[in-house]
Design a binder for this molecule. Structure first.
Ligand code: AMP
Length: 398
């Protein structure tokens, strides 16, 4: 049993770092509560044990201290709905006398939500005094915020120093995130296929480099594929290209060859005469796109090519769309990859999907329940697979 599951929280005040950085509309209503829902099992376990919960999070990027727009008070009503029956209190500042008194008075079964951590600039600075003031509020520190695990902020990493080893731990969400990522990175069954898409090569160089050590196959789709095509002498018309990354693309291709890792580029592309949903479209080999045209999705042959690779895989990691999936005309490739990942999972492969756009795609196309794990952390997941040590994880594990 995990450290969190075996811990008895009876009579304890658990200070949980959550990632409640959710999108809000003009009326301050939550438009996607995935991140909140993901931490409910952690909160429930503590309450069921007879403990109380203090929740701390950031919301948005407030630059100038307290601002109505970024107040966590907007989340209280929704949280009450999700945690029916629990008393939820709100502290107008995350540190200070009032928060301390409210934390002290908290009864078993009750929840105290603290105001936005980033209303204090010390949070992002990783300030020790600030971390100590936060630490005072709880008896046990639980980190359940994978989305911010790549930041060495006061509440995500520094705070852990103020708790003894037996009183700091991951929550259930964080445990699952770490276990799934570890399974892919260190315990992957082969063939292991990484599907990397999205707009820019520059954002994905480090992850490709690290995956060259782990994966057997790397599928490269989306806008970034054209820089690789050009690096091999292809004609890519007006498709997206990072001229200054052509050399890097060449190096990555050479490294892959030396290591025996198979890089799969889309054999054909759905091309358009403008970047628009009402563009004229046609298909062309991805290395022979006429001038004036741009590849905005992978083509039908590439869908089949990628489908075959994915179906032969035992481990699958997916980050980034295969085309401009926000436009209906160019979503077929991403949808078909999502479908293949789901199909392969059904046949026994372990699949992990992460990164904002691939997660929206998998949800949008209705395959969310058909993959093994969907990560809640975009940037954190990327850094994890780049092979970096995440401060939020190291702080608990050390
Ligand atoms: P990223 O944030 O790097 O993962 O990129 C995601 C974005 O890449 C999405 O907004 C897609 O619309 C965009 N994208 C994917 N394929 C292409 C393409 N062929 N040309 C231009 N943009 C693309």
């Amino acid at each position: 049993m995990s450290k969190f599951s075996s811990y008895n929280f009876k009579g304890q005040r658990a200070l949980i770092r959550v990632d409640f950085n959710v999108p809000l509309n003009d009326k301050f209503e939550i438009t996607d509560d995935t991140r909140i829902k993901a931490t409910i099992p952690t909160i429930r376990k503590i309450l069921n044990d007879g403990g109380s919960v203090i929740l701390m999070s950031h919301l948005g990027r407030p630059k100038d201290g307290p601002t109505e727009k970024y107040s966590l008070k907007h989340l209280v009503v929704h949280l009450r709905k999700l945690l029916q029956g629990a008393t939820i209190l709100f502290a107008k500042d995350c540190i200070g006398e009032e928060a301390e008194q409210m934390a002290k008075d908290l009864q078993p079964g009750e929840i105290l939500l603290l105001e936005n951590l980033r209303f204090h600039k010390e949070e992002e600075q990783g300030n020790k005094d600030f971390a100590q003031k936060l630490a005072k509020l709880g008896d046990v520190y639980v980190n359940d915020a994978f989305g911010t695990a790549h930041r060495a902020h006061a509440s995500t990493a520094i705070i852990a120093d103020f708790f003894p080893a037996d009183k700091k731990m991951f929550g259930l969400l964080m445990e699952n995130e770490v276990a799934s990522a570890e399974k892919v990175l260190h315990g992957s069954q082969k063939p292991f296929t990484a599907i990397i898409g999205g707009a820019k090569v520059s954002d994905k160089i480090l992850i490709i480099e690290n995956l060259l050590e782990k994966a057997t196959d790397i599928i490269i789709g989306g806008g970034m594929a054209y820089t690789f095509e050009k690096a091999q002498g292809g004609n890519i018309g007006n498709s997206l290209c990072e001229e200054d990354k052509i050399e890097t693309a060449k190096e990555l291709l050479a490294k892959a060859e030396a290591k025996g890792v198979c890089i799969h580029l889309p054999s054909d592309s759905l091309i358009a005469n403008k970047f628009s949903n009402d563009a004229e479209t046609s298909t062309a080999p991805s290395n022979n796109i006429p001038n004036g045209w741009m590849g905005l999705d992978i083509g039908e042959n590439a869908c089949e090519q990628f489908h075959n690779v994915i179906m032969h895989s035992k481990t699958i990691l997916w980050n980034g769309p295969m085309g401009v999936f926000e436009m209906e005309k160019f979503q077929h490739g991403t949808k078909s990859v999502a479908e293949a990942v789901a199909e392969s999972t059904q046949k026994g492969a372990f699949s992990l999907v992460g990164g904002g756009d691939s997660v929206s795609a998998i949800n949008q196309f209705g395959f969310a329940g058909k993959v093994s794990y969907i990560s809640t952390g975009g940037g954190a997941m990327l850094e994890y697979f780049e092979g970096k040590t995440l401060p939020g994880i190291a702080a608990i594990q050390s």
